[in-house]
Ligand binder design. Structure first.
Ligand code: AHR
Length: 756
């Protein structure tokens, strides 16, 4: 899947390039390595983000160290500065069963739970760069990184020696500190180094504020400091990117960055030594001193893994030696805690830390392609070895997205020597062509001879029979869902999970993106409205993949067999984030025919069984709606006539002209921003009240006295609010708190970076 960055929430196209795996027939990597393993060693690396040049060099150093040629498979996840994303990444790595987890934590606190989970999964964790502050140090194997406090102390010592050398009194030093990300080890150590020295030397530490290690924030914070203080003569920037921003602000304010503070210069000092522009500034004298922070941790982490591989126990804390650089020659050495350090010039040695920009660009593309769960054979074939395997799938179970050489998971498993004994098929059947709600009978797949067992009969989802359950040992689930509570594939999955839990059989979900996974909206299902179109206490749009939902079903104890009663493994997609909008190339069911329809489905489905057709029996079901009753209504000027088709036999208003609206030409980003759009339903309801008929807009009640629309919403409250004349905003406000609670609840089950 490729990202199209033209819209705010990036649109992703199901165009998976077979990044490291081909499709079908692919065997687990057979390349050996020096540790006696036959397979590549898989390392999941959760990186903080890409906030600075330091970070980019660090990412590249890791990618260069953990190559396939060296015997590694590196899974890289960018946390985008959010701890929640990093926790999700670690959970994903655990699910994937990686061999090692490497974590570059954004801040120190808040890691106990997820590291405990990694420990329970027996996956060694190596912390790199910043540290974690956990109650039990055994939660990680070892750490490698910089002595940030020493860096700060060195810099403070240099300021002291330099300002003394030019005859500035301590109390004439007016310093501001542009801090790094608050709570990160780099910030804590560097801030401490300065504040202790300021106290000891009697410097005037005017102000501290975070620039988040970025150039933009550095500029902003400095501009603000300059407005508030007119006597600043030293700016202590906790990294080079902030320094570049600060210098820009200094120059914009008509001042001069430089070491001549006796004559009005504002002296800038900083950390890292990785940014090319910062080195130019240092040569120029705009940055007076740089404390090295070395980003080349890739080979170091690799060294630690190599020790662990051969059973050695590395030191718990591994500090990297670092230097101090300045183009000002006044200070040749500094002393910190009785130890002296040389001050080097801005020369070749510091240049060595710089990785050319062109190479760094590579990093930005790391997450460009989504890899489906089913493409990651190395992770799940071992779970099926020697096991009678059943599949829960349909026509969407295609490996990756090779639309030219389409290979179905059923064929791929058989080719890989897996003994497939049954295929369970949901509503619409194995081929995905049967009408919604129609009876689907069991059969045999012509090509493979594997029995197809239907989970949908008599217009409802069925639990598998005990006879069917006896046919297998492990169930593999690979099916494309659309993330809407009334779309029934998850209900079949639920029943399969429950049956497997009862029978003690393992379930493996090969995860796929959720095309409606970028938001959460709609009321939570009330018990009274449980039906074949809604089973779980989740909002209409829950924003989870099937893999995540399976984890929640299990973890929340929603199976009758109890909490975590299902032996579940999810093989997560790689490089997928909830903010991504995914365009499917295979229709998930016969009446979701376009990407627009998939996104509109949570807004237009409520017309089903009312006096309005949702376009079944046309080319654009769920992307058009209309009714013969709307003839003559000016704004309903789109005409269509439903006809009987495969997947839509005898549609509502068959052969009759319907007047309504076509939403098919709406842009995907426009639809995606609306989430559930209640206006379509509310407007149609209001127009219908003006039409002279004795019919109810909502259609007929069922035998329990309920309207179908209430089952879809999972409550009667939305319908009643519409009847009362409430606005979409008022209606949505009534379930905002429930959604917030649900989002909290689902957090531990997410495998992908959250969208909101
Ligand atoms: O944790 C290391 C720090 O993080 C670097 O100094 C800074 O540039 C980065 O973003």
């Amino acid at each position: 899947m490729k990202k199209n960055v033209g819209i705010a929430a990036a649109i992703l196209f199901l165009a998976v390039t077979a990044v490291s795996c081909g499709i079908g027939g692919k065997k687990p990597e057979e390349k050996g390595n020096d540790f006696g393993r036959e397979k590549l060693i898989t390392v999941g690396f959760s990186q903080v983000g890409a906030e600075s040049d330091w970070r980019n060099s660090n990412s590249l150093s890791m990618q260069n160290a953990f190559t396939q040629d060296e015997g590694y498979n590196l899974i890289f996840k960018n946390g985008q500065q959010k701890q929640a994303n990093q926790i999700t990444a670690v959970r994903t790595f655990i699910q994937q069963g990686v061999d090692y987890i490497v974590l570059a934590p954004v801040t120190e606190s808040g890691w106990d739970f997820v590291l405990q989970e990694a420990k329970e999964a027996e996956i060694p964790v190596i912390i790199v760069d910043r540290m974690v502050d956990v109650s039990n140090k055994d939660l990680y194997s070892c750490w490698v990184g910089s002595d940030f406090e020493l860096e700060g102390k060195k810099m403070a010592s240099w300021i002291k020696y330099y300002t003394q050398s030019i005859g500035i009194d301590s109390d004439d030093l007016h310093i501001v500190n542009i801090q790094g990300t608050i709570g990160s080890t780099a910030q804590i150590g560097r801030t401490k180094g300065l504040s202790e020295a300021a106290r000891e030397n009697g410097w005037d530490l005017l102000a501290e504020a975070s620039g988040d290690f970025t150039e933009t924030k550095g500029r902003e914070v400095m501009a603000d400091f300059l407005k508030r203080y007119d006597n600043i003569n030293v700016v202590y920037c906790e990294n080079d990117n902030e320094a570049i921003g600060a210098i820009d602000a200094i120059i914009s304010a008509g001042k001069h960055p430089g070491p001549d503070i006796r004559n009005g210069d504002i002296m800038v000092v900083s950390f890292d030594g990785v940014n090319k522009e910062a080195l130019e500034y240092a040569k120029e004298g705009w940055i007076s001193c740089i404390a090295e922070c070395n980003p080349m941790h890739g080979p170091r982490v690799k060294g630690l893994i190599e020790m662990l591989e051969v059973g050695e126990v590395p030191d718990k804390l591994n500090y990297v030696d670092e230097r101090l650089f300045s183009s000002i020659e006044n200070v040749k050495t500094i002393v910190v805690d009785g130890v002296s350090y040389n001050v080097e010039g801005i020369g070749d040695s510091i240049q060595g830390l710089i990785i050319p920009k062109a190479e760094i660009e590579v990093d930005k593309h790391v997450e460009a392609d989504i890899l489906l769960g089913n493409e990651q054979f190395d992770f799940y074939l071992p779970l099926l070895e020697g096991k009678r395997t059943a599949l829960f799938t349909n026509h969407t179970g295609i490996i990756g997205n090779d639309t030219i050489n389409e290979k179905h998971i059923l064929d791929a498993l058989i080719e890989n020597g897996v003994e497939v004994t049954a295929v369970f098929a949901p509503e619409h059947g194995f081929r995905g062509t049967a009408d919604a709600g129609s009876d689907v009978s069991s059969s045999v797949d012509e090509k493979t001879g594997v029995p197809i067992l239907s989970l949908y009969g008599d217009g409802d989802t069925k639990e598998p029979s005990s006879k069917d359950m006896d046919t297998f040992d492990v169930l593999v689930i690979d099916i494309q869902d659309v993330g809407v509570r009334y779309y029934t594939y998850y209900i079949s999955m639920y029943y399969m999970m429950e049956a497997c839990a009862k029978a003690g059989k393992k379930v493996v979900v090969l995860d796929r993106p959720n095309p409606n996974g970028f938001y959460v909206d709609g009321p939570i299902l009330e018990d009274e409205y449980k039906s074949k179109a809604g089973l779980l206490p989740i909002p209409v749009v829950h924003g989870m993949t099937l893999g995540e939902l399976a984890r929640m079903i299990n973890g929340e104890g929603w199976l009758s067999t109890g909490k975590n009663s299902c032996d579940l493994t999810v093989i997560p997609c790689q490089n997928y984030h909830h903010e991504d909008i995914v365009k499917l190339t295979k229709n998930p069911s016969p009446n979701l025919k376009t990407a627009e329809a998939v996104l509109l489905y949570p807004s237009t489905c409520y017309f089903e069984n009312t006096v309005v057709s949702v376009g079944r029996g046309t080319d654009n079901p769920f992307a058009v709606f209309g009714s013969p009753y709307f003839e003559g209504i000016e704004s309903y000027d789109y005409e269509f006539t439903p006809v009987s088709t495969e997947g839509a036999s005898n549609p509502v208003f068959e052969g009759q002209v319907c007047y309504g609206i076509s939403l098919q030409s709406k842009k995907l980003n426009e639809i995606s921003e609306e989430h559930i759009n209640l206006n379509y339903l509310i407007d149609a309801y209001n127009y219908f009240q003006e039409v002279n008929t004795d019919k109810s807009f909502w259609g007929k009640k069922d035998k329990y006295g309920k309207f179908w629309v209430d089952y879809l919403f999972g409550t009667n409250k939305v319908r009643l609010a519409i009847e009362e004349g409430q606005s979409p905003e008022q209606i949505k406000a009534s379930f905002t708190d429930d959604i917030a609670r649900f989002k909290e609840k689902r957090k531990p089950y997410l495998l992908y970076q959250d969208a909101e």
